[in-house]
Each structure stands twice: as structure tokens, then as C-alpha cells.
Write a protein that binds this ligand. Structure first.
Ligand code: C5P
Length: 226
């Protein structure tokens, strides 16, 4: 019991980038590796949680004991997450593309000659999975954790993001190129909760994951109806 404090808890973790197709061979994407999200799924499963990892395209192996549901686009990810049975916790680490091409060509776009360029790319907004999951409803996860990747004003942007998205906690990090967090092995985060802001030291993504999983299990322990 002590070793599996999250036994019986259902947790969904989103991870990785999304790919937003322009045509059958081209897509818009970002530099997310999925490592932090996979490590969090792994750490939560280690504490006994029943973890579903909804993952955009990555090169990572499924953590032991975690059900991975692969998906490609933000819309796939949204449909997958919202189609799951009610979850106790949601941790949205995915670097979901904010925008997708307004239209997707059915066939590969061809250039007519060497100087030919396509029409300017027009983009439309993707669904916001974290904001949707955070909306008050009977099936809302009791704890919704979002991520905030920023390159400046990390704390103030993250506090504002927590309010705007309606989630309970935000894990914020500085992803400026100099930090080597995006795609790297280490992370340095601040955890923003209803109680305030905790600055964590720089550590590996596995250590961040372990500590976050413990914070989540402590949160459940602090609830009288645990
Ligand atoms: O708005 P922004 O992309 O900065 O928010 C980041 C947080 O929101 C992350 O937790 C990310 O997983 C989530 N998100 C999402 N769906 C989107 C955009 C972001 O779930 N379309």
C-alpha cells in the first residue's frame, strides 16, 4: 500500500509534439522529444496509478505497465483524451501545436518550376486540450496539471496561464535554447499550485517526474476523501 499510493487512480498523460499535415508528406511540428511526459507516465505507474499515455509522434519506448495510445495531430489527441473514461488526474505535457494549416492537400503539393512557391500558409487554431479538460464538469479530473514552456517571464506567464486554462497546477520551465531543456535530458521547473510557487533545482527529467508523481500522491493523501 505504502509503495503504491496511487493504486486505483486513473491518470492520463499527454506527451510529445503533434504533427499537423500540409499534404501527405509534409507537416508542421516542434522540437518536443516527449521525454518529460514519458518519464512522468513511468513515475506515476511506479506509484501504482493506472496510466494512459496519449502520445504524439516520438522515438521513445512505452514505459513498462503504461498503456500508450499513439496519435498524430492535435485533433486526434483531443478526440482520444476526451474519449477516455473519467480520469482522476490529467497531466498535459504534450507540446500540442497551437495552429494547423487551414487546409490539407490530398496529394503532394508540386512545384511547377524552380522558382515556384506555394500560396502563403494560412493557419487555424487547434483545440486546447488542457483548457477543455479543465472545464468544470462531473467528469473533470480532480487534479489537472498543465505545463508552461516559456522563454521569458516564466513565473508571471505561468501564473497567468494557470488562471486562463483553469487547471489546478502548472509546471513551468524555461525553454530558451541556452537551457537545453527542449529535447535535452534535464529540466528545471517551477511548480505553481493553489498554494503558491515552488522553485525546484535543475535535475534530470526522470527526477522531475518522480518528484511530481510524489507531489500528486501527497495531494491525494491531503484530501480527506482519499
Ligand atoms: O497555451 P500553451 O501551449 O502555452 O499551454 C501549454 C499547456 O497547455 C501544456 O500543458 C499543453 O500540454 C497544453 N496544451 C493543450 N492543447 C493545446 C495547447 C496546449 O493541451 N492546443
Amino acid at each position: 500500500q505504502e509503495e503504491t499510493p496511487l493504486a486505483g487512480k486513473k491518470v492520463v498523460v499527454t506527451a510529445g509534439p503533434t504533427h499537423e499535415p500540409l499534404d501527405p508528406v509534409r507537416y508542421l511540428a516542434n522540437r518536443s522529444s516527449g521525454r518529460q511526459g514519458y518519464a512522468i507516465a513511468d513515475a506515476l505507474a511506479d506509484l501504482g496509478a493506472d496510466v494512459t499515455l496519449v502520445s504524439g509522434p516520438t522515438e521513445l519506448r512505452a514505459p513498462a505497465g503504461v498503456e500508450v495510445i499513439p496519435c498524430e495531430t492535435a485533433r486526434d489527441m483531443q478526440a482520444t483524451v476526451m474519449g477516455l473514461p473519467p480520469q482522476d488526474v490529467a497531466v498535459c505535457t504534450a507540446a500540442v501545436a497551437d495552429w494547423r494549416p487551414a487546409s490539407e492537400a490530398n496529394q503532394k503539393m508540386k512545384k511547377k518550376d524552380r522558382s515556384d512557391v506555394p500560396a502563403p500558409l494560412s493557419l487555424v487554431a487547434n483545440p486546447d486540450i488542457l483548457a477543455d479538460l479543465s472545464m468544470p464538469s462531473a467528469s473533470r479530473p480532480r487534479l489537472v496539471v498543465g505545463f508552461a514552456a516559456e522563454t521569458e517571464n516564466v513565473e508571471s506567464y505561468a501564473i497567468a496561464k494557470r488562471a486562463r486554462k483553469g487547471c489546478d497546477w502548472i509546471v513551468a520551465n524555461d525553454v530558451s535554447p541556452a537551457t537545453n531543456v527542449m529535447g535535452g535530458l534535464e529540466n528545471q521547473i517551477l511548480l505553481i499550485t493553489q498554494d503558491g510557487v515552488e522553485y525546484w533545482p535543475r535535475m534530470t527529467k526522470e527526477e522531475v517526474a518522480r518528484r511530481l508523481a510524489l507531489s500528486i500522491s501527497d495531494w491525494f493523501c491531503s484530501k480527506s476523501d482519499f
